[in-house]
Design a protein around this ligand. Structure first.
Ligand code: SAH
Length: 375
């Protein structure tokens, strides 16, 4: 990598680490109020989680069992998931007649996350026998976060599709992959852009696996849930890709109205990738420290079915705002946020037939891994 590109990549990663976070607090546009879709999908993955813990042969006779939730965000889903995990593990120990350990749960997310809201939720949780010790760990899960061999169980949901950065060529005016006027992989975008995104995903997921390989004890497990795609072809749009394209159209509209500078549109892209199951499996095999103990592809439930086009537009826009408002404000300025998401809801409503079609293929990939035991 030449030094200019390396400097750019550093800047891009820093932008993600310093700026990217779900909307704070408990208001109308907060992640806490706009993440029921993720909650429902997590509950739909519960039987795989049960299986992952049930089939976990290495019962660790430790005094304290350490669990990490990576990319926990600041809403109630983090608490729900840790309660489910600790209950399942507790039952497993009790069933095997082993003293139930204390639990130490580490909540990780990027430093700009509203950890205070999470801590408030935690302190409001009833101190029953299901309690655990909790700590916040700010930092990127694409880097080392914990001491060697200190984690027994790692959970991460709806986080690993977020890349550490946009692939640098996509925002480089001198590259043939420069995605001028668009913000994600799209039919009319430059050929090969999807490969650049895939390469970034491979690099990031490899960093994730290598860091966890050091931190997870031998025989420890990871349970990962992330957005993915149903088809192997990288050029075929997913529902998320189509929604990002629609967001690009809304930004273009604001450029035409003179509310956003064209230059700003040309230098903004989504740091996001929908992986295919084989892509995940082959990265795990290549890195070599974990064995796949479960892999399932779930077609997501369509929770918008009962709404009309206009309301679907409003709901998708609100959910997207909860994810992206901070990134959008940082790049385009706070002043355009209301106008942009307002326009976005209309663009979504206008393209709903196509989006609905692709929502039928909207996919969560559930991946259960075990840290290999060295011989
Ligand atoms: N796990 C929660 C939240 C998912 S939202 C749930 O299932 O509802 C995705 C979260 O991943 C966001 O809070 C985002 O800040 C976090 N995230 C994205 N990239 C990250 C990274 N590199 N390191 C840590 N957290 C990250």
């Amino acid at each position: 990598m030449c030094s200019e590109v390396a400097a750019e990549a550093f800047h891009n990663k820093q932008k993600m680490e310093r700026v990217f976070s779900m909307n704070a607090g408990n208001g109308d546009y907060s992640y806490a109020q706009n993440s029921t879709w993720q909650k429902d999908e997590l509950l739909r993955a519960k039987s795989e989680l049960e299986e992952c813990i049930k089939s976990w042969k290495t019962i660790l006779e430790c005094e304290t069992l350490c669990i990490a939730d990576l990319g926990c965000s600041c809403g109630p889903n983090a608490l729900l998931i840790t309660e489910i995990i600790t209950t399942l593990i507790r039952n497993k120990y009790a069933h095997n007649g082993i003293r139930v350990p204390d639990f130490h749960v580490f909540y990780n997310d990027l430093p700009s996350t509203d950890f205070n809201t999470l801590f408030r939720l935690l302190s409001a949780a009833p101190p029953v026998e299901t309690s655990y010790f909790a700590a916040g760990v700010p930092g990127s899960f694409y880097t080392r976060l914990f001491p060697p061999k200190s984690l027994h169980f790692v959970h991460s949901s709806f986080s690993l599709h977020w890349l550490s950065q946009v692939p640098p060529q996509v925002e480089d005016k001198n590259s043939k992959l420069w995605n001028k006027g668009r913000i994600y992989i799209s039919e009319k975008g430059p050929a090969g852009i999807e490969d650049a995104y895939f390469a970034q995903f491979q690099e990031d997921f490899n960093c994730f696996l290598r860091a966890r390989a050091k931190e997870v004890v031998e025989g420890g497990r990871m349970f990962l849930v992330l957005n993915g795609r149903l088809n192997a072809g990288r050029r075929r749009p997913t529902s998320s890709a189509l929604c990002w394209e629609a967001l690009g159209f809304a930004i273009q509209d604001l450029v035409s109205q003179g509310l956003i500078e064209e230059e700003k549109l040309n230098s903004f892209n989504m740091p996001y990738y929908d992986a295919f199951e084989d892509e995940l499996r082959s990265e795990v095999d290549k890195e070599g420290s974990f064995n796949v103990v479960g892999l399932k592809v779930n077609i997501n439930y369509d929770d918008l079915e009962e709404f009309d086009d206009k309301d679907k537009g409003i709901i998708i826009s609100k959910q997207t705002r909860a994810l992206l408002e901070n990134l959008i404000s940082y790049h385009f300025g706070e002043g355009v946020v209301d106008a942009l998401f307002n326009r976005y809801s209309k663009v979504i409503a206008a393209n709903i037939i196509q989006i609905d079609e692709l929502l039928k293929e909207s996919t969560s990939i559930i991946l259960a891994l075990e840290r290999a035991i060295s011989t």
